[in-house]
Ligand binder design. Structure first.
Ligand SMILES: [Fe+2]
Length: 353
C-alpha cells in the first residue's frame, strides 16, 4: 500500500526517509525519496522480518514445572528473549548469575518471591530482577504468559526526564517482605553454559529486614508509562529503561497524539522487537494481545500510525546486537511486511530461485 492509498494519512510526506544512529538518540539524516522504499517482493536469508504471537510459542514450562522459559531470540552479546507460560510454582529457587532480567506479564497473575521480598505482578507489569537476585515464581492464576528479557549488562530505569514519563514515587513498586518457612530448597544457578543445581539446607529467600540500600528489583506497569508526545510534527518514542551500555533499551510504544504515521526508517544500530500488549485499538496489523514483530537492523520499515483514538498499549525492545529467532519462534511465526507489520503474503520466488 502506498502512502497515497492510506486513508487519513497524516504526518510526514510520502517518501520521507529517516536514518538514525544509536536508536533515536544519535545522529540522524532525513531524505525525501521519489517513492516508498520499504516494500519487498522476495527475500532469502536470515536477516528478514518476522511476526508471531507469543501465546503460540510451545513454551516447555506450560506443562513441565521444572522447565525454564523457552528462548525465542538471542544475539552474540548475550541478550536472550524467552517466553514462559508457567502454570505451576517453580519447584526450585533460581538465580541468574550472569544477567539482569526483565519479565513482562502478558497475561495472568504471578508472585515473584525474591530474597528481598515479594512482588505481585499482573498484566502489563514489567518486573526487573537484578543479576544474582534469587527468586521463585508462583502463578496465582491457572495460566500465565510472560516475556523474559535477559542481558549481561545492568538494567535500570532511565526516563529522559526525572518526572512526568514515569511517576517513580507512585508507580514503581519495590518488594514487600513476608514470612517464609525456613525449610531448605533446591537452588538453580544459571550461567552461560547451563544450570548448576545446589541443595541448600535453609531457605535462601527468607529475610528479616532490609536495613540499607534499595532492593535491586522493581515493578512498573506499561499503562502507567506516559508516551513522549510532540505537539506538531511528531518525534521518536522515548526509552524508560535501558542497560548501562545501552545494549538494550525499553520504550513504551503505546498510542500517542498527535502526529500520524512515522517516516520510513533505517535503524542503523538496533534491531526492533515490538510487543502489542492490548487494545482496544489496533497498532497497524497488530490486533491480538501477544502479537510480536521483529525488524532486524538496517531493514527498511515504515510502521503504522500511533495516533489511534481507541488507544492501545505496546512496547519496543531495541537491541544493539543483531538478533536471531530460535526454531521455536520461527515455527510459531511468519514472514512480515514492514509497512503495517502485517503478514507478508505476496512473495515472488526467492532471488536465487
Ligand atoms: Fe524504527
Amino acid at each position: 500500500m502506498s502512502t497515497a492509498d492510506t486513508p487519513g494519512h497524516k504526518g510526514p510526506p510520502p517518501g520521507l526517509h529517516l536514518y538514525t544512529r544509536d536508536g533515536f538518540v544519535g545522529k540522524m539524516c532525513v531524505a525525501i525519496r521519489p517513492h516508498m522504499i520499504y516494500e519487498y517482493s522476495a527475500v532469502d536469508g536470515p536477516h528478514a522480518p518476522r511476526r508471531l504471537n507469543v501465546g503460540a510459542i510451545a513454551a516447555t514450562d506450560r506443562d513441565d514445572p521444572w522447565a525454564l522459559p523457552t528462548p525465542i531470540a538471542s544475539n552474540r552479546e548475550g541478550v536472550v528473549v524467552s517466553v514462559s507460560a508457567r502454570s505451576a510454582e517453580m519447584p526450585y529457587v533460581f538465580r541468574n548469575v550472569e544477567c539482569d532480567e526483565i519479565h513482562f506479564i502478558q497475561a495472568g497473575e504471578i508472585e515473584f518471591i525474591t530474597d528481598f521480598g515479594v512482588l505481585q505482578a499482573g498484566p502489563g507489569d514489567f518486573v526487573a530482577l537484578g543479576r544474582t537476585i534469587t527468586y521463585r515464581v508462583r502463578p496465582l492464576t491457572p495460566s500465565t504468559l510472560r516475556i523474559v528479557v535477559e542481558t549481561p549488562e545492568v538494567l535500570d530505569l532511565a526516563p529522559p526526564a526525572p518526572f512526568g514519563m514515569v511517576n517513580q514515587g507512585r508507580d514503581v513498586k519495590r518488594p514487600t517482605l513476608i514470612d517464609l518457612p525456613e525449610e531448605g530448597a533446591e537452588l538453580w544457578l544459571k550461567s552461560f553454559d547451563g544450570v548448576t543445581r545446589y541443595r541448600v539446607p535453609r531457605n535462601p529467600l527468607a529475610c528479616k529486614a532490609v536495613i540499607d540500600g534499595t532492593p535491586p528489583a522493581w515493578k512498573l506497569n506499561l499503562r502507567a508509562i506516559a508516551p513522549l508526545a510532540y505537539p506538531t510534527s511528531g518525534g521518536p518514542p522515548a526509552q524508560f529503561c535501558q542497560s548501562s551500555t545501552a545494549d538494550i533499551m525499553f520504550y513504551t510504544l503505546s498510542s500517542r497524539p498527535p502526529a500520524g504515521r512515522p517516516p520510513q526508517h533505517h535503524n542503523a544500530d538496533y534491531d526492533e522487537l515490538i510487543f502489542y500488549f492490548e487494545g482496544p485499538g489496533a497498532y497497524g496489523a497488530m490486533t491480538d494481545p501477544g502479537d510480536m514483530i521483529w525488524t532486524p537492523k538496517g531493514v527498511t520499515h515504515w510502521g503504522p500510525t500511533e495516533h489511534v483514538a481507541e488507544g492501545y498499549f505496546a512496547w519496543l525492545l531495541e537491541t544493539r546486537g543483531t538478533m536471531r529467532l530460535t526454531d521455536a519462534a520461527l515455527a510459531a511465526g511468519s514472514a512480515m511486511e514492514t509497512g503495517s507489520f502485517g503478514l507478508q503474503v505476496a512473495f515472488a520466488p526467492s532471488p536465487s530461485a
